[in-house]
Write a protein that binds this ligand. Structure first.
Ligand SMILES: Cc1cc2nc3c(=O)[nH]c(=O)nc-3n(C[C@H](O)[C@H](O)[C@H](O)COP(=O)(O)OP(=O)(O)OC[C@H]3O[C@@H](n4cnc5c(N)ncnc54)[C@H](O)[C@@H]3O)c2cc1C
Ligand code: FES
Length: 259
């Protein structure tokens, strides 16, 4: 059983409306966390012990021993996170989950993120660098663009209101890209509707695809079945998988999208 770590807050700052970047000093963790893994964070301290909340690694700063998590404030737990200040200690369990598949023989990869789902793709862009084409979709305001562009020179942006980049859905950009290039694999993270569409596009173009799923979590370590989601086994039979332990990253054709 993994033990939680007490990590010091180095910085916690807003980077867009309702979106924060939280930098933690994480000796012993930053070297072993993989892109796509997450941390289960106790939000509330001793006075107000909420359940833990899962937040993905966004990126590491290995020279300094830092990990950076990027989160959107949506309720009490993330509101608590936004109140953290320099020097506060945070109770963090992880890294947890499987993470994205990283393979040296992937010559070209496509990374597709929607909204806060961009965050876990930053570390992955740093792994694939020039081999990655990144597609980032937002409703309106963008964030983490500098961090992505420092890692991969090929970043395309879509906004639904057209204020930056292409006006429309990020999946339109992916479709256009697939007409010109065939990546070895697509990695995607974002809202379920976007993931479902990415999975369809990948299937139509016979490109392998991994998606990072979100589910409400309790224990975070595979013990309570609170985060089950329906998937298919190799014969197409329906079964349940735990997003925290068997995921959060799944092959797109495994997922039962209409659940
Ligand atoms: C593996 C994993 C990685 C994640 N990584 C990130 C990340 O990097 N950055 C980030 O901002 N968020 C991430 N999330 C989502 C984040 O965990 C939730 O937004 C957070 O738990 C909400 O807690 P809260 O107490 O602030 O809000 P709550 O009061 O618990 O919920 C507020 C609203 O968010 C919805 N919600 C809560 N938890 C989830 C969830 N797990 N999935 C979908 N909807 C949820 C609720 O239904 C409700 O509508 C991740 C979730 C998972 C499962
Ligand atoms: S949250 Fe308990 S099994 Fe996943």
């Amino acid at each position: 059983m993994k033990k939680p770590n007490k990590l010091s807050v180095i910085e916690n700052k807003p980077i867009a409306r309702g979106v924060y970047s939280l930098k933690l000093y994480a000796p012993g963790l930053y070297e072993k966390v993989l892109p796509g893994q997450f941390f289960h964070i106790r939000c509330g301290g001793d006075k107000f012990p909420l359940l833990r909340r899962p937040i993905s690694l966004s990126y590491t700063q290995k020279e300094e021993g830092f990990i950076v998590l990027v989160y959107r404030v949506t309720g009490q737990g993330t509101e608590f996170l936004s109140s953290l200040r320099l020097g506060d200690l945070l109770d963090v369990l992880g890294p947890l989950g499987n993470g994205f598949e990283v393979k040296a023989d992937h010559q070209r990869v496509a990374l597709v993120g929607g909204g806060i789902g961009i965050a876990p793709l930053v570390e992955l862009a740093g792994v694939y660098r020039q081999r990655a084409a990144v597609f980032a979709g937002f409703m309106d305001e963008t964030f983490l663009m500098e961090e992505l562009q420092q890692r991969s020179p090929d970043v395309s942006i879509a906004t639904e209101d057209g204020r930056t980049g292409y006006r429309g859905f990020v999946t339109d950009l992916l479709m256009q890209h697939l007409k010109e290039q065939r990546p070895s694999i697509i990695f995607a993270c974002g809202p379920r509707q976007m993931l479902k569409r990415v999975a369809q596009i990948a299937g139509d173009n016979s490109v392998s695809c991994q998606v990072s799923l979100e589910q409400r979590m309790a224990c975070g370590v595979g013990a309570c079945l609170g985060c089950s989601c329906a998937v298919k086994d190799r014969d197409g039979a329906r079964k349940y998988a735990r997003v925290c332990k068997d995921g959060p990253v799944f092959w797109s054709e495994e997922v039962c999208w209409d659940e």
